[in-house]
Design a binder for this molecule. Structure first.
Ligand code: F6R
Length: 604
């Protein structure tokens, strides 16, 4: 959550910081700020709301010579989204930006207040800069004061600090929140909490590891590990492909990403399918030795894809599978046995709760695998093995293509395991692989489909709620459809198993209750149909999504006639994504940056 940037160099520091923050704005956008130290003096700007407000405020600020700068875009955790709570936070002669949570901030704040320090904000972050300045008063050396400060902090953080006592230096610390530093031939130094702001500026980057802290000057990158020993930076090549981060003529990133699913799924499949086997070069077969059970753990949309996986793993691989919500799992003292393969799923690879469950599983000695979209992310670096989803940068806060590629990876993994466990005949695996090859086409958005959904969307802007219903693997799709709608339309929506309606929820049925019914032809069609008929009989307004015309529906969105329920799954996925998008557009909402949300949730 939140985005951090930093820069040391001769170029236009203000522009570099603002451009970097623009790349990270999707991570948090309730306020933003920058602090620049130039010719011995600080200049600081903060603004509430989106980055354009900060751009407007800084339009007359010029940075032309050597400067050191830090910037932040915020998603509020402690304290309201106000200018005073926006980062960077000021001490007497230093500024700090921080991503994460300082868990012991209350006790530190109490001590500092008793010593006469005045706090301006309600944030946990502000203690860092005051604690540092307190330590600096008692120490001849700035780095020593910074190191001492870091050792006094508990919680998760990525921190950048600049101070007048060392005007060409940025101090950094990373524990639990992502951060990297990049260098280039012009001897500039760039910091950020993810690699996108560095693309085009740096060729080589060092991803900090948990516990790393140190300082960077124009001539030196000094990194220390948790125990205080100095270590060599580990610079690797930064991919320079930024094209995928632009809108390509679509109205919104989310729309572009829905349309892109066809290509990214093809990328996800590339090189991983043979006639009758799934090839995951990244996996050692030893990962599965002695495994009797699979446990999947994730949050939000990734949790929904994990639920999909549980149907596929039990059906095709015949392996007992359970699914957990990461924020629940981490605190319920779960039983973890070594014959369980622990799989975490995350688009970002940085979600705090999911990351924590991965650490727990590792500590308990379980074999671990991550399904992730971001190479080099914290989870990829931590897990024993990883499969990358290859969805490309996902900018819309509401996840679409990441979900699609996760489900594809799970489908492939279920067949990979089916082969290892001899759970499926060779011919059945070959049949499934042939189906997998058809998924990109099933995700193509046709003009007809999009136009129809656009037109229908005007009938779904009010009412007292939506039920998305489906059976089997269409139940997690229903959950995902409801989540998409909630996130960007702010309308109340729930996902339910179709067969569960009569056990309570059907009491809500009336014409103002909208039911989005997922009716695949190839999976429990008759049973799902009777569940929808029950709702129709109670006058709920029904929108059926199916290849088969359904006369009890008020509205009907046809999908094409496919030869398998999984192909129907992907077509319906596109329909529910587009429906949410078009409803949100009609309601005038910010599709890509919905209120109260952030792209990467690196706080618990
Ligand atoms: C919803 C959405 C979130 C994320 C969740 C986990 O559209 O994007 O629910 O799925 O915050 O994030 P990752 O997958 O990055 O771990």
């Amino acid at each position: 959550m939140c985005g951090i940037v930093g820069y040391i160099g001769q170029k236009n520091t203000k522009e570099i910081l603002l451009e970097g923050l623009k790349e990270l704005e999707y991570r948090g956008y309730d306020s933003a700020g920058i602090a620049v130290l130039q010719d011995g003096d600080f200049t600081n700007y903060k603004a509430v709301g989106k980055l354009v407000n900060l751009e407007e405020k800084t339009k007359d600020f010029v940075t032309e010579s050597f400067a050191v700068g830090i910037g932040h875009t915020r998603w509020a955790t402690h304290g309201k989204p106000t200018e005073l709570n926006a980062h960077p936070h000021l001490g007497e002669s230093s500024y700090v930006v921080h991503n994460g949570i300082i868990e012991n901030y209350a006790s530190l704040k109490k001590e500092l207040t008793q010593k006469g320090v005045t706090f301006l904000s309600q944030t946990d972050t502000e203690v860092i800069v005051h604690q540092f300045e307190k330590n600096l008063k008692n120490s001849p050396d700035t780095f020593e004061a910074f190191s001492k400060t870091i050792k006094e902090l508990q919680g998760a953080y990525a921190i950048l600090l600049v101070t007048k006592s060392e005007p060409d230096t940025i101090y950094f610390a990373k524990h639990g929140s992502p951060m990297l530093v990049g260098v280039n031939k012009e001897n500039e130094k760039y910091f950020a909490s993810s690699d996108t702001p560095l693309i085009g500026h740096c060729q080589k980057v060092n991803y900090f590891e948990d516990g790393d802290y140190g300082y960077v000057t124009p001539d030196e990158t000094a990194i220390f590990s948790k125990n205080g020993t100095k270590k060599e930076p580990h610079f690797c090549e930064l991919s320079q492909n930024k094209l995928s981060a632009q809108k390509n003529g679509f109205r919104f990133f989310m729309e572009k990403e829905i349309y892109e699913q066809r290509e990214v799924i093809a990328d996800t499949l590339m090189g991983r399918l043979s006639e009758d086997a799934i090839l995951f070069d990244e996996l050692e077969s030893s990962l599965f030795e002695g495994i009797k059970e699979i446990k999947l753990c994730a949050c939000g949309t990734s949790y929904h894809s994990a639920l999909c996986a549980s149907y596929l793993f039990e059906r095709y691989s015949k392996i007992k599978t359970s699914v957990e919500i990461a924020s629940e799992f981490r605190y319920r003292k779960p039983i973890m046995t070594k014959d369980t393969l622990f799989i975490v799923i995350s688009q970002s690879g940085e979600t705090a709760d999911t990351l924590e469950t991965l650490k727990m599983a590792k500590e308990a000695g379980l074999k671990t695998l991550v399904i992730c979209n971001v190479d080099n992310s914290s989870m990829v670096r931590l897990a024993e093995a990883s499969i990358l989803t290859r969805a490309g940068i996902e900018k819309g806060v509401a996840s679409t293509k990441a979900f699609a590629t996760q489900v594809v990876v799970f489908w492939m993994l279920s067949l990979y395991l089916a082969k290892l466990t001899n759970a499926l005949e060779k011919s059945e695996i070959a049949k499934q692989i042939a189906l997998l090859r058809e998924v990109p086409a099933s995700c193509a958005v046709t003009d007809n489909m999009h136009e129809r959904i656009k037109r229908l969307s005007k009938r779904y802007l009010h009412g007292h709620g939506f039920f998305f219903i489906g059976r089997d693997i269409f139940f997690p799709l229903a959950l995902e459809g409801a989540l998409k709608l909630k996130e960007i339309s702010y309308l109340h929506a729930e996902g339910y198993p179709s067969g569960e309606m009569k056990h309570g929820p059907i009491a809500l049925a009336d014409p103002e209750l909208f039911t989005i019914a997922l009716l695949p032809q190839h999976l429990l069609y008759e049973k799902s149909k009777s569940n929808v008929e029950e709702l129709s009989a109670r006058d709920s307004t029904i929108c059926a999504i199916s290849p088969l015309e359904f006369d009890k529906a008020d509205d009907f969105i046809p999908i094409s006639t496919c030869r398998d329920y999984m192909l129907e799954f992907f077509e319906m996925m596109v329909v529910v994504q587009l429906l949410s998008l078009e409803i949100s557009v009609r309601l005038g909402n910010d599709v890509d940056m919905p209120r109260n949300l952030a792209k990467s949730v690196t706080v618990e």
